[in-house]
Ligand binder design. Sequence first.
Ligand SMILES: Cc1cc2nc3c(=O)[nH]c(=O)nc-3n(C[C@H](O)[C@H](O)[C@H](O)COP(=O)(O)O)c2cc1C
Length: 208
Amino acid sequence: MTELVRIIYISRATFDSLPAADGVEPTVSRILSTSRRNNRRNGLVGMLYYGDGCFFQCLEGERSKVEGLYRTLLKDKRHCDLKILASEPIKRLSFPDWNMKYVPLDQSMSRLMTEHGFDRFDPYRFDHHLVERVMQLMQGVPDPTEPAPESRPSSPSRSIQLDTPDNGSPAAASASSSNRLLPAIAIGFSSLALLISLVCLGMQLGWF
Ligand SMILES: Cc1cc2nc3c(=O)[nH]c(=O)nc-3n(C[C@H](O)[C@H](O)[C@H](O)COP(=O)(O)O)c2cc1C
C-alpha cells in the first residue's frame, strides 16, 4: 500500500505581479500549466492559492513524489521563504480530482481574512486553525481556470489506491447492487409472461 502524504507550504513570489490574463496572473498561469502536466504524470493532486504576493500550496500524493517535488520547489527562483505549515500522512485526499486546483482571490477569502483581523492575505501569520479554514474554503469553491472534474475525461485520483472506502462509498455500493438486481427482475418478469402465455395457449387447445 502506497503511503499518502500531504504537505502544505507557503512562499513569497519573487516576481512583480502583472495584470491578470483570463483571471490569472501570467507567471502563476505558467506555473499552473507546468504543475498540472507534471502532477498528472506523478499522480499528485492539490491546490495553489496566490494572493498579495504570497503562495499557499497543498500537495498530496505518494510520499517520494511529494518530497521530490518539494525539493524542486526549493530551487525555483520564482518564489522564496518557503515555510512548511503541515506535513503529515493522510488516508484521504483533500483534492482528489485536481492535479492543481487554483482559485483566484475572491470575496470569501477576503472575508475570511477580515474575520481573523488581517487586512491582506498573509499566510506567515496564520495559526493552525486558519490554515484549516483556508483548506476548507479552497475545497468548497469551484476552479474557474479548469472545467469541473465530472466533465473531465480522467481523474488523477483514480490511479491512487486509498485504504478508505472512497472507491466504494455507500452510494456507489447501492448503485452497483441495483445494477445487478435489474437483469434478474427483468428475467423473472419475462419468465412469468411466458408461463401465462403457455397456460392461455394450453386452455385454448384444451390441454387443461
Ligand atoms: C509556487 C509554485 C508552485 C509550483 N507547483 C508545482 C507543482 O505542483 N508541480 C510541479 O511539477 N511544479 C510546480 N512548480 C514548478 C516547479 O518549481 C518546477 O519549475 C517544475 O516542476 C519544473 O518542471 P519541468 O521540468 O517540467 O519544467 C511550482 C512552482 C512554484 C513557484
